[in-house]
Every structure is written in C-alpha cells, then in structure tokens.
Design a protein around this ligand. Structure first.
Ligand code: C2O
Ligand code: CU
Ligand code: CU
Length: 517
C-alpha cells in the first residue's frame, strides 16, 4: 500500500506539511450536489434487537472532482452509513442494537497495523462496549458492540484508538447514529426526507487528492476544504418548507459558528436557525438564533438539531450556511467562512410544525449535589494535561457512587486554546460559564462542554441513566480536540465498584472465529 493516484507515496502522518502544498487543490464551491450518507439496514432482527454489520477498510473515492482519495471507511464510505434506531423504553417499542465492526484496515503508510476502537458517542453503553481507548480491534479482528438505545438523540460513532484517534477519524472513521422514540415521533416536527444529517468536517488534500493529516506539532489539525456529509461545499436543492437538520461537528479541531445568510460575504438580517435539540436530545423549547447578532456555536463533537423554515423565502432564493467565527474556526483565506448553499427550487405543502414545548428537560437541582470536582485543562511540557496528568489507564481521577449528583468544574486557565471537553456515559447540564448563564441553546442535555479561553464551566450531572438505572465501571473523560486527546488530555472516572472491566470482558476476536450474526 502507499502507492496511490499518480504513484506518489502517501504522505506519512505527523510530518510537517511540505512547502509545495500550502493549499488544497482549489475547486469551485456550491457546485457539487448535496447528499446524505446511506442508511444502514440490519442484517437481521429479532423480537428485541436489530443486528448490523460494518466493515472497516481502505477505499478510493472521488471527493475533489477528478481526483481519487484514499479514505479509511465504514462499509466503503465516509462518513459511514447512518444507523437510525428505534429507542426509548422497551415497553414503548424501544429496541437494542448489536453492531459488529470488522477491521480490514491493514497497515498504514509506515507499515504499522491500524488498530481501531469504536465509541458510540452519546450512548450510555456498558464499559466493555463503550470504546475504551485501549480495547483495540486489531486488523483481522472483529467486535460486536451492544447498544441499549435508551434515549432519543443525534449521536455518532467514531474511532477512539489510543494515540491515533485524530488520524483515524480524519481518515474517515466517523458516522451518524440517530435514536428516535415514540414521544419524538409523535411530535409534528419535519420527518423522513425532511430530517437531514449535516456532518461537518474540514480536510486538507495534496495535489494528487490524497489526504494530508498535519497536526501542527501535536497542537490541532485543520483543513481548508469544508465537507458536508463528505461533499466539499455542497449545494442542496430544497423546497419552500421546513427542514430539520442534525448538525454534527466531526472535525478533529475546528469549531464552527453557524448562521444563515442570503449573501455569501456578509450577514443579511433576520435569518433564523431554530434550534430544537442538543447533544442529548430535544430541548425543552425551541431557541431562535437570528442574524446579525446571534450565531450557533458548534464545538468539536457537539450536535445541534435545528429547523430552517424555507417558506419565508420566494422560490429562487439562495441561502448560505456560514461560519462566522474568529480564530480557530475560520481561516484567513476565507474559504472556511461558508459551509454550503441551499437553493430553494420549488414549492411544496408542509404539515410539519415546531411545537412550543418539545421535551421537558428537568433541571438537576444543585441541592442534591454531594460533591464538586475541579479539572484544569492545560498545556505544559508540550503535552496536554488534565490536573497536570496525562492519560494513564491505571489511574482513576474520580469515583462517583451510582446515583450521585456531582458538580464538575472545567477550568481553562489560559489563552490560545479552547477545549471541547467530553464526558462519556452520562448527559449533564451546564450551570454556568464564568458565572454567567450558558447560551439558551446549551440549556439541554449535553455531553460536550466548550471551555473557551480563560473560562470556567460548572456542569452538573447524575451518575445514572435518566430512567434511574445505574451503569457501573470505568469511563473516559477527555478533550475532544482529537489532537489534544491523543497527546494525552484524557482520563478515567469510575462509577461505583464492581463494574465490568472494559479491557477483558468482551475483547475483539479473530475473524476466523466469526459466526454469522
Ligand atoms: Cu466522541 Cu470519547 O469521544
Ligand atoms: Cu462519548
Ligand atoms: Cu483541548
């Protein structure tokens, strides 16, 4: 392997970007048609469970017109196929999933085996199915992950291999997973063709089309080509009705500040994104984000569901989804300032509505708090640290009891870096950012917390599921700037005692021993 395209050696990861490749090949924006990842069908279903199968491998795909790019894919595509699963309580039609991941990735450009780990980000999985960073699936091995689908939300599966997550996700190992329950299906929100994933990524391409992963000396990995569902700056044809979009920031390091505009270069006034959901599902009520003074901040790994109502515009209107942020989210060459374009091409009737009440998010009361813990996110001695420590799978940094309510304080004492901090297992709520209320759209269930420069976040959570079951065991907490995570801003907490061991309870098996699902 390594020989692709015009016979150029695939550029070894982690090296400095060569001077001849300052920019990716330039393409005209808003020309390529929008598309969605395919939806994955189960290979089998029984009374309680749907069984899925995903093979990881290398694929050659056309991302930039006329060039072939090697990606690391789930079932041949990136983003991977979307899994749409019926969730919620068993008594209300909720189902369990078993997803078999088969590693056929082989070796990388340096001849090293490409190990994988799968984390379903946003699912309360048992420790052995949560994608512990050292619970590796080596090439030639497979693992069956069991997911309970206990709550409806826009979540995602992605690689989580120790030290290699940024590279592996960047090369293509990420996909969306949507859980829907009866309560949400009964709401009159846009559904079916009008419920659309928007997976946002940035990538850097060599002149021959190959992907270059440059983590800028272990700081951050950025690209100058914006991909939506794997397509550079697409153009989506819509009708004049409401659409629900499920935005996921699957970029390694870049965060986005979304706003809608009728002009590509500046913000027009009064364009609205109506946010209905955050990481952990629906908000209590819709939150309007309106130009020119408001925008929707989507940090790394965050998900926001929003509605755009195209009925306010005449057929023929073009709208841009813009990225209006500053440092760390847009580049000086300005191509990352716009993500995609919507062209309103026709009329269509619309019986969907945005209810005033979505799903009540009951605030966790600070009066139940049994303890507060503080975690400082800092860079020193060239490493990314939490409370002055790097990852060590033998060290546990917090031991909440099952059912405990705790406040966690995330501190970013410096400037120059932001840390999108992710807590596995549970959804939490933001109490305050630097003593102030969080943004209205952040007042729902969250699993990623954007800790900006000189910021302190106070978040509150209960170490059990929302239905009151408790999962015990060891889970990760880390910065989701994947370069920070890899070097090694990640730690473990352990809920209670006696949980399943994530490394030995259900290890990957050789493919030769695989039986049909
Ligand atoms: Cu989305 Cu621990 O990761
Ligand atoms: Cu997670
Ligand atoms: Cu960080």
């Amino acid at each position: 392997m390594g020989l692709i395209g015009g016979g150029t050696l695939l550029f070894p990861f982690g090296y400095q970007k060569p001077a001849f490749a300052q920019f990716s090949p330039q393409i005209e924006r808003f020309q390529l048609p929008f598309r969605q990842p395919p939806t994955l069908k189960p290979v089998r279903s029984d009374a309680t469970t749907d069984y899925y199968e995903i093979t990881m491998g290398k694929s050659q795909v056309e991302i930039l017109p006329g060039l072939l790019t090697e990606i690391w894919s789930y079932n041949g595509v990136t983003p991977g196929p979307t899994i749409r699963q019926r969730g919620g309580r068993r008594t209300e039609g909720g189902r369990q999933s078993v997803v078999r991941f088969i590693n056929q990735l082989g070796t990388d450009a340096l001849g090293e085996e490409i190990n994988s780990v799968i984390h379903l980000h946003g699912m309360a999985s048992l420790p052995q199915y949560d994608g512990h960073a050292e619970d590796l699936i080596p090439p030639g091995y497979f693992k069956d992950y069991i997911y309970p689908n206990d709550r409806a939300a826009t979540i995602w599966y992605h690689d989580h291999a120790i030290d290699k997550t940024a590279r592996n996700v960047y090369m293509g190992l990420a996909g969306m997973y949507i859980v829907e329950d009866q309560y949400e299906l009964d709401l009159p929100l846009p559904k079916g063709n009008y419920d659309v994933p928007l997976i946002i990524q940035d990538k850097f391409f060599a002149t021959d089309g190959s992907l270059i992963f440059d983590d800028n000396n272990q700081r951050s990995a950025y690209g100058d080509v914006i991909l939506i569902n794997g397509v550079p700056w697409p153009r989506m044809e819509v009708t004049n009705r409401k659409y629900r979009f499920r935005a996921l920031n699957a970029s390694p390091s870049r965060h986005y500040q979304l706003a809608l505009s009728q002009d590509e270069k500046r913000l027009t006034i009064g364009e609205r994104l109506i946010v209905i959901g955050s990481d952990g599902g629906l908000l209590s009520e819709p939150v309007e984000v309106k130009t020119p003074f408001q925008s929707l901040h989507v940090g790394v790994a965050e998900r926001y569901d929003f509605i755009i109502d195209f009925s306010q515009y005449p057929v023929g209107t073009q709208l841009y989804l813009r990225n209006v942020g500053f440092s760390g989210s847009v580049d000086s060459d300005s191509r990352t300032h716009t993500l995609m374009r919507f062209d309103i091409v026709g009329e269509e009737s619309d019986d969907s509505q945005i209810p005033e009440q979505l799903r009540p998010v009951k605030p966790i009361s600070p009066s139940e708090v049994v303890r507060t813990r503080t975690f400082r996110f800092e860079r020193n001695e060239g490493l990314w640290k939490i409370n002055n420590n790097i990852w060590d799978q033998k060290r546990i940094d917090a031991n909440p009891n099952p059912g405990d309510v705790e406040i966690w304080e995330f501190v970013n004492p410096g400037s120059g870096w932001v840390h999108p901090v992710h807590v596995h297992l549970i959804d939490m709520q933001i109490l305050a950012r630097n003593g102030m209320q969080p943004f209205p759209y952040e007042r729902g269930w969250k699993d990623v917390f954007h800790v900006g420069e000189f910021q302190t976040l106070r978040i509150i959570g209960k170490f059990g599921t929302r239905d009151g079951d408790y999962i015990r065991g060891k889970f990760m907490m880390h910065c989701h700037n994947l370069v920070h995570e890899d070097h090694a801003m990640m730690t473990l907490f352990e809920v209670g005692l006696g949980g399943d061991d994530p490394l030995t309870k259900a290890p990957a098996q050789p493919i030769e021993q695989m039986l049909p699902l």
